[in-house]
Design a protein around this ligand. Structure first.
Ligand SMILES: [Fe+2]
Ligand SMILES: [Fe+2]
Length: 242
């Protein structure tokens, strides 16, 4: 059987995936969730690929990571609940229909099916990179500006985040999520929402042989080290998109 080397460019041209991504976004927008459209999946696609690249994985693994990030939330088309699982089933079917090698499609499906913290466990590098990329995307640009509600903790936390980026420090084997928050929310509020996701990131980084660090406003949140030791360095490699 001859399979096609499906790339992100092919996936972006595919009508089924386009319809699914549009539907996931319009459904979640209607429900008042943060942005889950092209901005979010574009960020997750780029950061998943960049983490894999920084870790030294081969070109095809990076390409598959890029695809995985782009389609990881399509299960929301059916329902928010269990969207990782439904998205995994759906991803496999559409990708194989496009001509992808089932071995590759199953790897992507597995990562999609394991990206949510309720049931997700990383068992491949793509899955681990996807989890970190997805859970690192908290930012003010995800807030629906028209429906902004300062009494909603998700809106308040996301709106306060001016900058978010992921750093891969190969020398120290650290993957670091750096957040800059304004005083309109606080790290404690961030953790009320994101703690299980940050625990997932710790496990994902460990799977990759790395330590995960969460740094908010220059303070290391999840390890016992002094903040002075983790000041931003000029040459720090930021793998997030511009
Ligand atoms: Fe998701
Ligand atoms: Fe997501």
């Amino acid at each position: 059987m001859i399979y096609k080397r499906i790339t992100l460019a092919d996936v972006k041209k595919n009508d089924e995936f386009n319809a699914l991504i549009n539907r996931q976004q319009s459904y979640l927008e209607e429900l008042g969730y943060t942005e889950h459209g092209a901005r979010h999946v574009g960020y997750v696609s780029t950061v998943t690929a960049n983490i894999l690249r920084e870790l030294g994985f081969d070109k095809r693994t990076i390409e598959l990571g890029e695809i995985t990030g782009w389609i990881h939330d399509i299960g929301n088309t059916f329902n928010r609940k269990f969207h990782g699982l439904t998205g995994g089933v759906l991803s496999y079917n559409v990708l194989v229909r496009m001509g992808m090698d089932p071995n590759e499609a199953s790897c992507i499906a597995n990562a999609v099916g394991n990206h949510e913290e309720e049931v997700g466990v990383a068992s491949t590098p793509i899955s681990a990179a996807l989890q970190i990329a997805d859970k690192s995307d908290a930012h003010r640009s995800r807030v629906n500006k028209k429906g902004y509600d300062e009494h909603d903790i998700h809106d308040r936390v996301n709106m306060s985040i001016k900058k978010n980026y992921v750093v891969v420090d190969k020398a120290k084997h650290i993957i670091r999520l750096v957040l800059l928050m304004k005083a309109t929310s606080a790290p404690m509020e961030y953790l009320q929402i994101y703690l299980p996701r940050m625990v997932m990131c710790e496990k994902a980084a460990n799977f990759l042989g790395y330590t995960f660090e969460l740094v908010i406003n220059g303070v290391l949140i999840n390890h016992h080290r002094r903040a002075s030791e983790i000041r931003f360095r000029e040459n720090e490699k930021d793998v997030s998109p511009e």
